[in-house]
Design a binder for this molecule. Structure first.
Ligand code: GDP
Ligand code: MG
Length: 443
């Protein structure tokens, strides 16, 4: 369900985990990607803009929690704000109560009543159904059929044309013996004044504890105005999101969640009576983005992050071979080193050797690892002491040759020179401040 919406959000988040670093530009781009996806899925325009404004503000103003990388921080904020957008977790009371279903014609009210009836029935409550859709005899038949499937009593007379009379007779008939009474109302646009008056009065007669508005997930941009109007007219206490299986976009559903401020209570995703679940905002969004995907995105973001000590060491030009290795590895995860360096302001003059390209580095990394492992602590801390006899020993220990070791030391020194230039320049001012901020411990 909502495949298109989910895929769009996922793609936007993936982009940020792959970005070399997170700054105002990347956050703004992420916000634009999210906007595009939500708008294409029919989420209300105002909601979209207020959501992305909040995301931008939080992403740039709030500091990442300890141990959280900048990317993880942003992905988390997006997740949290999406969860907040779809509302709070509803309370589903397992006690005697009266439920009135309202909503547009064809929105899935009668079917959803069957699902909810089955839900309470399974929880051990005694359920009865009352059909107040006096305008359509077929609706009464439909409710009877559903009641038959569930083996619950139903009052759905086809010859009474007064919905209030049906409601009060039904309530009288079942009120004492049954725990949950569910009333089916007729459906038209909430903007239809006759219906509005009818629903209002029905609610008063029934004394409904819960007025559930059925919103089909594929309603699109109309969902916002409809949800708002129903809320004003009959005071809905919750939403039943129906037909979640029938749309890849579903922005209407999300809009309805947000504008009514009434919690979504149930989700219907199928025509069968067991196609029901209770609503859980976190589960909903996790599934929308793909929770597995979300987790791996966060992990990827973490992997690509340098240890703060290492970053500190590198930035001040005092680092060991191990730290050098860790940095190269981290940088590779961020993408081609060259691209990262070139994207840093003020780094144009740092011409890195072609061999620093990610593809060429792959093979070297394994060798380097072995060579570094064959070094003593003193050699790792200060490769300058590696003379030819030490070199021979390391080559033998790592199954490499002396040229390989010379090359490694050359790269090490190149990075060192570069780091010294960076740290020599003021880290906190000028164009390099952005780079410094990227590493924890410098922000
Ligand atoms: P009502 O007019 O609001 O009472 O709507 P109905 O309950 O009669 O449903 C209208 C149509 O939508 C019927 O064909 C139902 O089978 C279908 N429907 C209802 N809920 C769902 C759902 O969750 N998924 C799908 N795919 N169809 C649904
Ligand atoms: Mg109906």
């Amino acid at each position: 369900m909502l495949e298109k919406l989910g895929a769009g959000l996922r793609a936007a988040l993936e982009k940020i985990t792959k970005a070399g670093y997170v700054d105002k530009t990347t956050v703004e781009e992420l916000a634009r990607d999210i906007q595009r996806t939500l708008l294409a899925s029919d989420v209300d325009v105002k909601l979209v803009f207020s959501l992305t404004e909040t995301i931008k503000k939080r992403a740039l103003d709030e500091k990442p929690k300890p141990g959280m990388s900048a990317r993880e921080h942003v992905v988390r904020i997006v997740y949290e704000e999406l969860v907040r957008l779809v509302g709070r977790k509803p309370e589903i009371a397992l006690k005697p109560h009266r439920l009135l279903f309202v909503g547009l014609y064809g929105s899935g009210k009668t079917t959803s009543i069957g699902k909810v009836a089955r839900f309470y029935q399974k929880k051990g409550l005694k359920v009865a159904l009352i059909g107040c859709d006096v305008h359509r005899p077929a609706a009464m038949t439909q409710l009877e059929q559903i009641a038959g499937q569930l083996n619950v009593p139903v009052y759905a007379p086809k010859d009474v044309k007064d919905p209030y009379k049906v409601a009060s007779t039904g309530a009288e008939q079942f009120g004492k013996k049954y725990d949950v009474l569910i009333f089916d109302a007729s459906g038209r646009s909430a903007l239809d004044p006759d219906l509005a008056a009818e629903l209002k009065k029905l609610g008063e007669i029934i004394k409904a504890d819960d007025v559930l508005l059925t919103i089909p997930a594929d309603l699109g941009q109309a969902a916002g105005p409809q949800a708002r109007a129903f809320k004003e007219l009959v005071g809905i206490t919750g939403i039943f999101l129906s037909k979640m299986d029938a749309t890849a976009r579903g922005g209407g559903a999300i809009t309805a969640c947000a504008v009514t401020n009434a919690p979504v209570k149930f989700i219907g995703a199928g025509e069968k009576l067991d196609a029901l679940e209770t609503f859980d905002p976190e589960r909903f969004i996790s599934r929308l983005i793909g929770f597995g995907d979300l987790q791996s995105l966060l992990e990827k973001a973490k992997e690509a992050e340098l240890k703060p000590e290492t970053a500190q060491a590198i930035m001040t030009g005092k680092f060991t071979m191990d730290e050098f290795y860790e940095q190269i590895k981290a940088m590779q995860k961020m993408g081609p080193l060259k691209g990262i360096l070139e994207s840093m302001p003020g780094m144009g003059m740092m011409k890195m050797p072609k061999e620093f390209d990610a593809s060429a580095m792959e093979g070297k990394m394994k060798k380097w690892k072995h060579m570094i492992e064959s070094m003593t602590k003193a050699e790792k801390a200060d490769p300058d002491i590696i003379d030819s006899s030490r070199m021979k020993r390391i080559a033998k220990g790592s199954g490499t040759n002396e040229n390989d070791i010379r090359e490694l030391i050359k790269y090490y020194n190149q990075i060192k020179k570069m780091s010294k230039m960076i740290s020599g320049g003021a880290l906190k001012r000028g164009p390099l401040a952005g780079l410094a901020k990227r590493f924890k411990g410098f922000g």
